[in-house]
Design a protein around this ligand. Structure first.
Ligand code: SF4
Length: 413
């Protein structure tokens, strides 16, 4: 931690966001958006502003926003306290790292550095609280750094169990959630009630159902919606008030179902690995340009980690059970003995023909699992490719070549 002290003098004076999209407090830009093209255009604007414009707009009317680092946070708790949960996905290609390098080693993933850079350059000033789930050593250390650097912001490291069969896992998680609730109650100036939490669970269940419907549509008829459109609509789901996002999804689904588009001769692909740091939109577009249809993915797992919480008298316990009982298998969820079979099941259920391991550079949880997944795929003779990415990658000639070669090897098999 002594390195922290040495970077403090280099923290710049407050200067506000470098690029700015000022949304209205009632998010009129989205309520007025009638077409998918308009929604996607606004999503692009919002995502390319590293100062989290939806948190700023929400905060202008005196309401608080909570930054949620990937992968999973029980956002329902934040919502039930009248706060806006906002998914933090680093700075992407929009942030130049000039201060965070002094605190974090060059061998760490980009999202850790860009998130710290955002804090150091006051791009996260709209947040009253931030939460870091303990998904890896990097996220754990970020919480420590944030608590020192941002003394006025409530920080929390959320401990999530890794043992999903122990009878102690759910009580442990309930206690952990309560510890966080105490902090958030101070931030919001409100007490969490069971009724408010039940209402929030319903709100998020409706959003999840609409997102799952869009994912099914994309899986069954991927030609109806471009991957970048699909991605940007989903990304908004972690940024906007969820009730608004659910109503936008209704419009999107209606338009996409009615689209007349020709089906391409493309290879169905499952993308595994980008559950935390996100690839650039250019890289996402490239996947389809070279001849794939992405029919299953791990982008933005926040929405997909848990299914609807099971019925339970205690809504906090329902949330804890949803986490412990979810069948999802991703890199930050440990069940090594099942990894080989689970990847094959996911390939089959998405009707995918191939797998792309798209892992963030230096992301240990993602890289460790590639070895286990590969064994399962090789046994079933399912073709796969492994590529690494960084947030600020701009040149993709080599990546294009690798993807094209992979596609050709499947086409001409
Ligand atoms: S990208 Fe990987 S290593 Fe980095 S914070 Fe996320 S899970 Fe941890």
């Amino acid at each position: 931690m002594s390195g922290l002290v040495s970077i403090e003098p280099s923290v710049p004076e407050p200067s506000g966001p470098s690029t700015s999209v000022e949304l209205s407090e009632d998010f009129r830009e989205f309520t007025d958006a009638r077409t998918l093209a308009e929604i996607v255009r606004w999503s692009r604007e919002v995502v390319s502003d590293p100062g989290y414009p939806t948190a700023r707009a929400w905060g202008r009317s005196g309401r608080g926003a909570v930054g949620c680092f990937p992968v999973y946070t029980p956002q329902e708790i934040v919502h039930a306290l009248g706060l806006l949960p906002v998914a933090l996905h680093g700075g992407g290609e929009n942030v130049e790292i000039s201060h965070a390098d002094a605190a974090l080693g060059s061998f760490l993933c980009s999202i850790s550095k860009s998130t710290l850079e955002l804090a150091l350059t006051h791009q996260l000033d709209a947040f009253r609280a931030v939460v870091f789930p303990y998904i890896c050593d990097v996220s754990r250390n970020l919480e420590g750094i944030f608590s020192r650097l941002l003394p006025t912001v409530s920080t929390h490291m959320l401990h999530l169990p890794q043992n999903f069969t122990s009878a102690g896992s759910v009580p442990f998680l309930v206690a952990e959630y309560r510890r966080w609730v105490e902090k958030l109650e101070k931030v919001s100036g409100t007490r969490l009630t069971d009724d408010a939490l039940r209402a929030s669970i319903e709100t998020f269940a409706r959003q999840r159902e609409a997102l799952a419907e869009l994912a099914r549509l994309r899986m069954n008829e991927p030609w109806r919606i471009d991957l970048s459109e699909y991605y940007l609509v989903r990304r908004l789901g972690g940024l906007l008030p969820r009730e608004l996002h659910t109503s936008l999804l209704g419009r999107v689904l209606e338009e996409v179902r009615g689209r007349q588009r020709k089906r391409r001769d493309a290879i169905r692909l499952l993308v595994v690995g980008p559950f935390c740091e996100q690839p650039t939109l250019d890289l996402i577009n490239l996947l389809e340009e070279v001849g794939f249809y992405v029919v299953g993915d791990e982008f933005l797992m926040l929405h997909e980690w848990c299914e609807r919480p099971p019925p339970d008298d205690d809504p906090l316990r329902a949330l804890a059970r949803a986490y412990v009982e979810t069948p999802r298998d991703i890199g930050v969820r440990r069940a090594p003995s099942q990894k080989g079979t689970s990847i094959v099941e996911r390939v089959r259920s998405a009707k995918a023909e191939s797998v792309l391991f798209l892992t963030a550079k230096f992301c240990e949880p993602a890289l460790e699992d590639v070895v286990l997944y590969r064994r399962g795929l090789e046994k079933e003779k399912i073709p796969y490719l492994h590529l690494e990415f960084e947030e600020r990658s701009t040149a993709y000639e080599q990546t294009r070549l690798q993807l094209e070669t992979f596609a050709e090897s499947i086409f001409f098999e």
